[in-house]
Ligand binder design. Structure first.
Ligand code: MV4
Length: 449
């Protein structure tokens, strides 16, 4: 097993990893920026190293600083959490080159899945359904228009180095496609240092359904069911749940098998998520693979009883994946609500500052993952998540009842502070949400009305 792990992240996920380490008898070393020096979780770590000033580029994204901290703290592994360096293949490579285990997939697999056109090609060859479109990259606006003539409008142009919704353009006709092609390329060149784009048919009003997988050191893969992440705004998820109200046993088995086939074809290792679009007619299409633990992993933990972060550490240590597919069952229903320090009335503008009063719910069916306490500052440098509220009930309607009760207990107060809690309470009264009738446009339509 691992002896000592550096947690190269901050906030709730740093705390989540520290807790998993301690449950496995592993020492955890925190890193912190000057803005996070007084965070309570830093004290829970067995050791802590300051890695620089508040700006992410000078601390949590600063590879030399983090590798130096790993040397000083004498760790044998680094857990990157999510965001920051989690899907940076060069960072994974440098860890390995320094004799430090990177808790995640090999650098070559991060690279292979990080190129979206390449990942889509892998999916196609693995027999996983993909959206009709260009066969690989599109080299010119004329080629794009030619392909769109065959598959029909609307189409979407995607940066191959993008992902998570960055670097995309929808086109409804030839004029906007030619424009969109050039815009997408120059944006991609600036944002990702790679102008390459590909094209596919634009799927209208789909749901976002993703499958959690675990791949052992030998490459054997199991899936742990799905998460429905359709409630999002500008690619920021707000509510996630498992199981999806849109899946039955047969669709779950087919999507799970597709995710496993993709992960095996990619040579995947450790925890990952295969993202799909699910059409209203039940057709599903591979989108991308997230090569990291995700914010919303908790809903999967609640319905499967499997500790995903512990498994990340075990797999990184080379322990065989003893979970068998037939032993994984979904029990009950879990829903996660992200409590962000943002003001939905003002375009979700972050409201950083002092938390004077913090009351988070508890009781039956409630899990809170939060690194904050009253008296803490919410720094302006990082994402604004204050807490994740995860509810678990015997079925979806019980989970919704627990959610209404638990959200009523939330108090987050401080000068200028606003949160997403009131919005969650409103959503819990919406008949379409309560019935599970949502798609990726639901939240933005609700906010407009
Ligand atoms: C799409 C799509 C419609 N058609 N591809 C956005 C995130 C990235 N993983 C893929 N995304 C999309 N790809 C085709 N062919 C719509 C989206 C999309 C989306 C997907 C999931 C969740 C929210 C979304 C919001 C806008 C667009």
């Amino acid at each position: 097993m691992l002896r000592r792990v550096l947690v190269a992240n901050r906030g709730e996920i740093a705390l989540r990893v520290i807790r998993a380490c301690h449950e496995l008898g592993i020492e955890a070393v925190a890193v912190f920026s000057q803005a996070d020096a007084d965070m309570p979780y830093v004290e829970l770590a067995d050791d802590a190293v300051c890695i620089g000033p508040p700006e992410p580029a000078r601390s949590y994204l600063n590879v030399p600083s983090i590798l130096a901290a790993a040397e000083i703290a004498d760790v044998d592994a680094i857990h990157p959490g999510y965001g920051f360096l989690a899907e940076n293949a060069r960072f994974a490579e440098m860890c390995t080159a320094s004799g430090i285990t990177f808790v995640g997939p090999p650098a070559a697999v991060i690279d292979g899945c990080g190129d979206k056109a390449n990942a889509k090609d892998l999916a196609r060859r693995a027999g996983v359904p993909v959206v009709p479109g260009s066969d690989g990259l599109v080299e010119s606006a004329e080629d794009a228009v030619g392909i769109a003539r065959e598959i029909g409008y609307p189409v979407i142009i995607k940066a191959t180095a993008g992902g998570g919704g960055r670097g995309m353009r929808v086109a409804h006709n030839e004029a906007s496609l030619a424009n969109g092609f050039h815009q997408a390329r120059s944006e991609a060149a600036t944002a990702f240092g790679n102008p390459a784009v590909y094209l596919e048919k634009f799927v209208e009003n789909p749901r976002h359904v993703e499958i959690q997988i675990l791949a052992g050191p030998d490459g054997r893969v199991v899936h742990l069911g799905e998460r429905d992440c359709s409630i999002q705004r500008r690619h920021q998820k707000l509510i996630e749940e498992s199981p999806s109200p849109a899946l039955d046993e047969d669709l779950r088995r087919r999507m799970g098998a597709a995710a496993v086939a993709f992960a095996e074809a990619a040579g995947y290792r450790n925890a990952g998520t295969v993202e799909f679009l699910l059409g209203a007619d039940g057709s599903f299409y591979f989108m991308e693979l997230n090569a990291r633990i995700q914010v919303e992993h908790c809903v999967t933990e609640m319905v499967t009883g499997v500790d995903l972060v512990q498994w990340q550490l075990r797999i990184a240590a080379g322990e065989p994946l003893t979970l068998r597919q037939e032993d994984i069952a979904l029990r009950g229903h879990a829903i996660e609500f992200r409590l962000n320090a943002e003001n939905p009335e003002r375009g979700f503008a972050p409201t950083p500052g002092l938390i004077e009063r913090l009351v988070l719910p508890g009781g039956r069916g409630v899990r809170i993952d939060s690194h904050l306490a009253a008296g803490c500052q919410i720094p302006r440098w990082y994402d604004s998540m204050v807490a994740k509220l995860i509810v678990h009930g015997a079925d979806r309607s019980e989970a919704l009842r627990i959610a209404r009760r638990a959200l009523g207990e939330v108090r987050v107060e401080g000068p200028g502070l606003a949160t997403t809690a009131p919005l969650h309470r409103q959503l819990l009264e919406q008949s379409d949400f309560v019935a599970g009738r949502v798609d990726i446009g639901f939240l933005e339509r609700f906010l407009e009305s």
